[in-house]
Design a binder for this molecule. Structure first.
Ligand code: ATR
Length: 279
């Protein structure tokens, strides 16, 4: 059986997902295709009708359709329902079920190089409170770390995250200045805003003067591969974690849901980096 997979979004011409899923299909020794289904808001109903008629096995959903796709689904898993966003749709016996793999993909990507990081009463600082941050926040609190504080420009947006909490995890909402002042409290700092993304590569969301050198600094921005924030953290002797790893692992999880194949993809992190560098 040849898998029929793909991506909907707008614009998606530069997406790395076809490359990533072609690698996964090869690795799993499966036949299949992963195609781009681009369309603006007006075209979306027809794009989805086409996918339904084609009986695709599954597809990813990216900007700007992660919320509107919900109206076209038969079911959603609990995390996707709570987040109100879907990035992976699985055709389960003709019914479309929505999942969100961003958060768990992020956690997988950080656990691979730092297996003990989320185990020991960990204190995490999340920078930003947008769509990407929501999924990551939810996945981190599910790890039962000690603290996940959120710093954001507008505090009310971050306060809305408190309803996503589970278990005993503590969360304080901070300004960026407050976060900078208490930076030495954190074992992991996760940057989720678009600050520092190409072409604004000089921009850095917070200053790292109070950073401990055993803290892991992670940035989900992957263009450039090493953002100013990561470069600064590296110069200060801290450990760093790049954004493209998350991209790979959220794909790994989506692929697992479509094909039931659990692939070891660690060796692809460097290949994806080369691909991003245009090598
Ligand atoms: P995404 O879904 O990709 O996370 P988003 O929902 O637009 O994107 O979220 C953008 C995040 O980046 C928010 O946390 C936003 O801060 P506000 O909630 O205060 O708007 C943050 N952000 C974007 N540009 C920023 C900037 N120049 N300075 C600080 N924060 C910024």
């Amino acid at each position: 059986m040849a898998y029929k997979l793909g991506l909907i979004g707008h614009p998606i011409g530069h997406s790395l997902s076809p490359w990533i899923h072609d690698q996964f299909l090869d690795l799993a020794r499966l036949d299949g295709e992963y195609k781009l289904y681009e369309g603006d808001h007006q075209a979306l109903p027809n794009v989805l009708k086409h996918l339904k008629e084609k009986a695709v096995d599954g597809f990813n959903v990216t900007v700007p359709y992660k919320q509107v796709i919900v109206d076209y689904l038969d079911e959603m898993n609990e995390d996707a329902r709570i987040l109100g966003a879907v990035n992976t749709v699985v055709n389960e016996g003709g019914k479309w079920k929505g999942y969100s793999t961003d958060g768990e993909g992020y956690v997988r990507s950080i656990v691979e190089p730092f297996p003990n990081l989320l185990k020991n009463q960990t204190s995490v600082l999340l920078l930003g409170a947008g769509g990407a941050a929501r999924g990551i926040y939810r996945a981190l609190v599910q790890q039962q770390v000690k603290t996940v504080d959120i710093a954001n420009r507008s505090k009310d947006k971050a306060e809305a995250f408190l309803s996503l909490r589970t278990g005993e995890v503590k969360t304080s909402v901070l300004s960026y200045h407050e976060a900078e002042a208490q930076l030495s409290e954190y074992d992991l700092i996760v940057q989720t805003t678009s600050v520092g993304m190409k072409p604004n590569v000089e921009d850095q969301i917070i200053q790292l003067d109070n950073l401990r050198n055993d803290t892991v600094v992670s940035d989900i921005v992957y263009q450039p591969i090493t953002t100013s924030l990561l470069e600064d953290a590296k110069q200060r002797g801290a450990k760093i974690h790049h954004g493209h790893a998350m991209l790979l692992y959220q794909g790994q999880l989506a692929f697992e849901k479509w094909t039931n194949k659990n692939l070891d993809v660690a060796h692809l992190v460097d290949r994806l980096e080369n691909k991003l560098r245009g090598e």
